[in-house]
Ligand binder design. Structure first.
Ligand SMILES: Nc1nc2c(c(=O)[nH]1)N[C@@H](CN(C=O)c1ccc(C(=O)N[C@@H](CCC(=O)O)C(=O)O)cc1)CN2
Length: 290
């Protein structure tokens, strides 16, 4: 069997196109969605992701502000900027690009962002709401994974979803989200042995570790859906996932490529969360507006 490719790039492109029309309509009613992106330091990958986010905003018509700080910025200065953005009415979503330099507490930064503007969905209030099945901002990568499965009509309810990786950004929120979609969820991590015993039981296997080639074809159940969140550079400098793609695609029913799979979906879900934050803001200000 050769798996069907889940084209995250294509799905995200179609979503951006639809969003453009939604944003135009909002703007025609006087509601301009706004996103602030904070970038600390010169990490080339972070610079490139942030550039992509600003470009995406331009494409769909969302107002965006890029706030840059040097690597040496103090925690106090960064938190002050976030507090200012929390108060700014033209900004409905705030994203601080991760990772941050060592002198800055990621936890404090995330907790300083107003929950109403938490478009990354990393604030404990957003995660607590998700935990209790309430409407919330869902972290972009897990949200993008669910969207891409729905786009190719993969049923989630009743499926055994095995997630490899327990990060706060992907693994943990993805497990909650799949649970909220009525999947049976197993979470594996660096201390899970033998890992293959669990991955082989997955109807849907999500791998988010950051370890090139961690999962090979023999670790996958025939016909499984394989979602590769990994982004690693191989010896030749090429971007590869955590899954041995060429062999895995001969065993899976659906598989995501790297690049072009989960990454573009992560970006588009940020736009979606920003629109949600903007709608909430304008509805609160004018509850009778459409
Ligand atoms: N505040 C946040 N920081 C980080 C997040 C996040 O969701 N919020 N996630 C990652 C980085 N990330 C978004 O910020 C991200 C990474 C990669 C892509 C992407 O589109 N990748 C492309 C390939 C890009 C390349 O060639 O290098 C792909 O997979 O096709 C989007 C978003 C950590 N930080």
């Amino acid at each position: 069997m050769t798996a069907q490719l889940i084209d995250g790039k294509g799905i995200a492109g179609a979503k951006r196109l639809a969003m453009k029309a939604t944003v135009e309509k909002l703007k025609s009613e006087g509601m301009v969605p706004g996103l602030a992106v904070i970038l600390v330091g010169e990490n080339p990958a972070s610079q490139s992701y942030v550039k992509g986010k600003i470009r995406d905003c331009k494409e769909v018509g969302i107002y965006s502000e890029l706030v840059r700080f040097p690597e040496s910025v103090s925690e106090a200065e960064l938190l002050d900027e976030i507090r200012k953005l929390n108060e700014k009415d033209s900004i409905h979503g705030i994203l601080v690009q991760l990772p941050l330099p060592k002198q800055i507490s990621e936890r404090k930064v995330i907790q300083t962002i107003s929950p109403a503007k938490d478009v990354d969905g990393f604030h404990p209030i957003s995660l607590g709401k998700m935990m209790t099945g309430q409407d919330s901002f869902v972290p972009c990568t897990p949200a993008g994974i669910i969207e891409m499965l729905q786009a190719v009509n993969v049923q989630i309810a009743g499926k055994h979803v095995v997630i490899v990786g327990r990060s706060n950004i992907v693994g943990k929120p993805a497990s909650l989200l799949f649970l909220n979609h009525n999947a049976t969820v197993t979470i594996c991590h660096s201390k899970t042995t033998p890992l293959a015993q669990y991955t082989k039981q997955a109807d849907v296997l999500v791998v988010a570790v950051g370890h090139a080639g961690l999962i090979s074809a023999e670790d996958i159940k025939p016909g499984a859906v394989v979602i590769d969140v990994g982004m690693n550079r191989n010896a030749a400098g090429r971007l590869v996932g955590d899954v041995e793609f060429e062999e895995a695609k001969e065993k899976a029913s659906f598989i995501t490529p790297v690049p072009g799979g989960v990454g573009p979906m992560t970006r588009v879900m940020l736009l979606e969360n920003t629109l949600k934050a903007a709608r909430n803001f304008f509805m609160e200000r004018e509850p009778h507006a459409k």
